[in-house]
Design a protein around this ligand. Sequence first.
Ligand code: ADP
Ligand code: MG
Length: 689
Amino acid sequence: MDLNTNIKFLNRVGETTAKRLERLGIKTIEDLLYFFPFRYDDYSETKKISDIRLGELVNISGTIEMIQSKKSPRKKISITEALVSDDSESIKVIWFNQAFIGKNLKIGDKVSLSGKVDDDYGSFLMKSPGYEKIGNSDNIHTQGLVPIYHSTSNISQKQIRFLINAIIKYTHLLEDIIPENILSEFNLERLEHAINKIHFPDTKEDIDTAQRRLAFSEMFLVQLRSLILKRTLKDRKANKLNFFEKETKDFVDGLEFQLTDSQRKTSWEIIGDIQNETPMSRLLEGDVGSGKTAVASLALLNCFLNKKQSAFMVPTEILAQQHFQTLSSLFAKQNINIALVTRTKYFLGKEKSTKKILLSKIKKGEVDLIIGTHSLIQADISFKNLSFVVVDEQHRFGVGQRQKILEKSGLPKNFSPHFLSMTATPIPRSLALSIYGDLDISIIDEMPKNRLTIITKIINDKNQGNLYDFIRKEIKKGRQAFVVCPLIDISDKLGLKSVTEEYEKLNKNIFPDLNIEMLHGKLKSDDKKNVMDKFVNKEIDILVSTSVIEVGIDIPNASIILIEEADRFGLSQLHQFRGRVGRGEHQSYCFLSSDNRSDNTRERLEAMEKYNNGFELSKIDLKLRGPGEFYGTIQKGFPELKIATLFDYELIKQTRKKASEILETNPSLDNYPILAKKVADFNKNIHLE
Ligand code: ADP
Ligand code: MG
């Protein structure tokens, strides 16, 4: 057995369990060691039964006096009841639907139990506590600081703990990427020790020191890679994309609107960059609806006029289709060959194509601009001379993908395309720097002038009648409406409004005379496109949808968005939803429906009524919900950060400094073979992805 041994060779892991573990990303012993708990239940104190109090989380040990399982007569669930006593007192224990416990535990068995103390008509009761027999082994499930793992219902906490306990002895085989001198400089413990303690801590301090140590190595690796990428990009050349002044001016004059000053300024920064022989790396930040697409299109145009290929990458298929249409009509007079590439869709201009044909045309350079989802950087695609890449609304586009695009670009070996990332999330500069290595930032800080402020109102079930009257009136005027719900099916989770349910209600009871359709992620891609097309063509009055419409969708004629269970979403997300309306000349409305009356909810939703500015709202969200939610979307792009967070600026600073020192003294990493191997592994994985 070693770290790379497949988990299916472990005791008590069969095919099924192996598959289930694999779904959690665990294939090898090493993966399992790196599968960290996300919290701990504190059962450090074992109490006498006579000392426990109502509501307490406790561990007790005692003897089973009585135990039996039975079916409840009405509800078809099984109930296992037991009486457990120690030398002070006894307590009743109940487990639901775990009939096997009645077979596992026998009268006279000594057990350790952990859980909350409940009330049972005046005396105490433990409901479904953690349990284990007291024997020769450590009581890892019910005593001390008990680790809790993110898991699926198929695999129990006990199973995970059992397996990790069985392999924890292999930690000494782990190779530490952090050199000895850095460990001592920052007073960090050895990897072996940290991994041990993250799973089975003796004290809370153990958890803290282990987390600090593991966060350090995670961030250190991210920083090292980002610096290596920065170095690579610096050494690389880019195709100089000359500025076609007259053509650009004509194009701008042909737009339906006048660019805002901010759009002009940022366009100019980008066009300035791509005229250089070093690759651009720029982040364009601008609130929802500020017109980032138009800014990108000026650079796309110039890339085309330089007879080079460009790509426009977006996070969802719906958005890809939408951008495909927008850019096709923006460039209608330009004779640009524009293609759409998603997982299932291939279009060249108006013509449907096949994957094989389209990819070969892209490779031959017969396509100028390729719009698509992540499929754009999949294994089998390669470009002829990809010189400019736009990544829209996609904070997950990390170092890895960039590396990948470098190699598919079709450019000479020491070349890179120019990169433009666009986002409506206000990412602080320091963070942007550390994520992407080296990045310039342009900010659009004004909205197009023709915009009317969107009127936002919190509503609850009581005033729904008026709301529906209002919606009907707007639709009679020719407008369209979005209704957003948190879930697809009722069965997804009880009590929350679902798209299908809401659709049925609106379609049958409220607006039988209007055209209503649904949109959600489970629809087939053709159906999604179909629904979106119909909405664009005004054949649909009300679109009931999940959060799939969150980013980027642009339907200027839609003037109402009703968000059900609005409290379920973050402010930034609500602001993104709201950005789906108010895109044309019509007065627009955003209705936030919520029956949650907590102060925090109220405060958050009222902030939506008060502020129309995404940056302002992000700040409030950060304050009210904490950084986890706020940076969640950005952090998602860094699956390797299991413990470290992207907003621990001190950690970022320390690790960046150390990583850069190492690269300076030893650019090839020869002196750090373990580190060199980790970096190489990472690059290899990107290619296999
Ligand atoms: P976002 O920055 O959220 O990506 P879009 O690029 O989708 O915003 O633009 C939102 C809408 O505003 C589009 O319909 C676009 O045509 C329009 N638009 C862009 N710039 C201007 C402008 N300067 N004046 C008026 N409308 C504009
Ligand atoms: Mg956009």
